[in-house]
Write a protein that binds this ligand. Structure first.
Ligand code: C2E
Ligand code: CA
Ligand code: CA
Ligand code: CA
Length: 278
């Protein structure tokens, strides 16, 4: 039994080494990948409870020459820890601004475009200056842009985060709180930062209909947002039962596979050509 324990330990250690090496490989492939154009953006619609498009969320994708497809849940945390996230975020901001200028901004109905930011981005000096100048370069209307941040990103460095939010709301952009309910327990920040929208994390949406308590939790978040005067969007809506529950209880912005998967811009244009009319 002792021998077996030892070989299991070695096996465990070997796996850790392989995993560690993969993280290093990913970190080292990000910058060359940006230069070689391996990254692209998919857009997932946010719709009203009647499935009318109201906005889109930009989600980064990576098809690496050396590593193949890498999921954002794998490379974003590595980019954050290895200091590569600023280059990646800047690329996303620039890419999305071009798409807004070339397409979204000219649609006959207002379509909000959201971008995800990392905790690290909020701590960067002059990041809001970069955003402002990228808007200017592409003549992007700031009111159409929304930044999705997690409560973790906000609480990580209050002073820098507050400065960023001030700059961003002065510019006229919107702020959305992502993954709501999954992080810290303190809710006091909800009254201190200019939050326009709260996204109910998909883990809560997934549990709708399971137990009375799961439902009560979602109802409480809906009620809270109403009382605070903050818009609400449910993410990860996959079933009609989830949609109906959310709709009945007054959450009228939703996102999920039930409506659309994240799409490359060309496919999204085809979808919007049939769902958006003047
Ligand atoms: P997130 O911001 O919470 O994004 C939602 C994730 O849920 C996306 O995964 C989306 O594809 C997925 N999703 C959408 N609808 C459904 C559904 O109905 N069911 C299920 N099961 N999943 C759904 P994705 O694209 O793999 O992104 C994962 C995370 O990576 C994002 O979570 C976000 O934290 C991060 N991320 C993605 N793009 C960027 C980016 O450009 N910058 C930064 N900093 N982070 C990003
Ligand atoms: Ca234009
Ligand atoms: Ca998000
Ligand atoms: Ca989320």
């Amino acid at each position: 039994a002792k021998k077996e324990g030892k070989s299991q330990y070695c096996f465990f250690q070997e796996n850790m080494l392989i995993e560690h090496q993969r993280k290093i490989d990913i970190a080292n492939a990000i910058e060359p990948g940006l230069e070689r154009g391996e990254f692209y953006i998919c857009y997932q619609p946010k719709v009203s409870s009647d499935a009318e498009p109201r906005g889109v969320e930009a989600l980064v994708r990576w098809n690496s020459h050396s590593l193949g497809r890498v999921a954002p849940s794998d490379f974003i945390p590595i980019a954050e820890r290895s200091g590569k996230i600023s280059a990646l975020t800047d690329w996303v901001v620039e890419r999305v601004c071009r798409d807004v200028a070339d397409y979204f901004q000219d649609l006959p109905v207002p379509i909000l475009v959201s971008l995800n930011l990392s905790a690290y981005d909020l701590k960067r000096y002059q990041f809001s200056d970069f955003i402002r100048s990228t808007f200017e370069t592409h003549s992007v209307r700031p009111e159409l842009i929304e930044f999705e941040v997690t409560e973790h990103a906000y609480l990580d460095n209050l002073e820098m985060a507050n400065r960023f939010f001030n700059d961003i709301s002065e510019l006229g952009c919107r702020v959305a709180l992502d993954d709501f309910g999954t992080g810290y327990s303190s809710l006091s920040y909800l009254t201190r930062i200019p939050i326009d929208l709260i996204k109910i994390d998909k883990q809560f949406v997934e549990n709708i209909g399971l137990t009375a308590r799961d439902d009560a939790l979602v109802l409480t978040i809906i009620e809270m947002a109403k009382r605070l005067g903050i818009e609400l969007c449910a993410e990860g809506v996959e079933t009609e039962a989830q949609r109906d529950f959310l709709k009945i209880h007054g959450c009228n912005l939703m996102q999920g596979y039930l409506f659309d998967r994240p799409q490359e811009l060309e496919q999204l244009k085809a979808i919007f050509a049939t769902t958006i009319s003047e």
